[in-house]
Ligand binder design. Structure first.
Ligand code: SAM
Length: 214
């Protein structure tokens, strides 16, 4: 996914009206940016933005923010927004490790993680977006009754993600190891770019929807 050496991507991002610049300044005030009181849903590690752009166009009653670490990848999402502008979607270029500096307590209504990087080495487990360390960050920014949805074709990462839940005070309300053959959970499913790629290879897609344990 990482597209290196795209000349000028940082400059284009710096000038883009679709990007929230210096997002720490809007902590607790994200709704002001959208000029409405709609709920806020975020996707962390959105890549080129296919999933969140389709969601945002289907749900004008929800505000969306797509978060991506790499400028060269975010650039692709900005280019798509230039072709098809969505007033309820904005982007932030940041490392999600800093997410509690950008969103206030309970400022986010739902979180999506899709095909997060696996970081297969044990010593990098803390960098995995569904790790207990990240769940603790999501615990701060997500409303009390908020939900988090995670999809991946990486069974090891998914097993790890399930194991992390009780350690971090979360529980699964829905789980599937084969989303595309799960009639209930697949209803209304929006495919991500990676989901299209890996399901075309025959890989089953795992998904959970989780909330905090009562
Ligand atoms: N979600 C997209 C999809 O399903 O098609 C992209 C998946 S890609 C494997 C993972 C993306 O997450 C990459 O674009 C990567 O740069 C981004 N990412 C990984 N770790 C991140 C982090 N800590 N903060 C923000 N973005 C991150």
């Amino acid at each position: 996914m990482r597209l290196r050496n795209i000349n000028g991507s940082r400059e284009i991002i710096a000038d883009s009206p679709f990007v929230i610049h210096e997002p720490e300044q809007y902590k607790g005030k994200m709704k002001e940016l959208f000029q409405n009181q709609h709920p806020l849903h975020i996707e962390i590690g959105m890549g080129k933005g296919k999933f969140i752009m389709e969601l945002a166009s289907l749900h004008p009653e929800i505000n969306y923010i797509g978060i991506e670490k790499y400028s060269s990848v975010l650039l692709r999402a900005i280019q798509k927004m230039e072709q098809n502008e969505l007033p309820n979607l904005k982007f932030i270029r940041m490392d999600a490790e800093d997410i509690t500096n950008v969103f206030d307590e309970g400022e986010v209504d739902r979180i999506y993680l899709n095909f997060s990087d696996p970081w297969p080495k044990d010593r990098h487990a803390k960098r995995r977006l569904p790790s207990k360390e990240f769940l603790a960050r999501y615990d701060v920014i997500l409303i009390k009754e908020g939900k988090l949805e995670f999809k991946t074709d990486n069974k090891d990462l998914f097993d790890f993600a399930l194991e992390q839940l009780p350690l971090a005070g979360w529980e699964a309300e829905k789980v599937t190891f084969d989303l595309h053959h799960d009639e209930e959970m697949n209803q209304g499913n929006i495919m991500t770019e990676y989901e299209e790629r890996f399901s075309a290879l025959g890989n089953p897609i795992c998904k959970y929807i989780i909330h905090r344990s009562k």
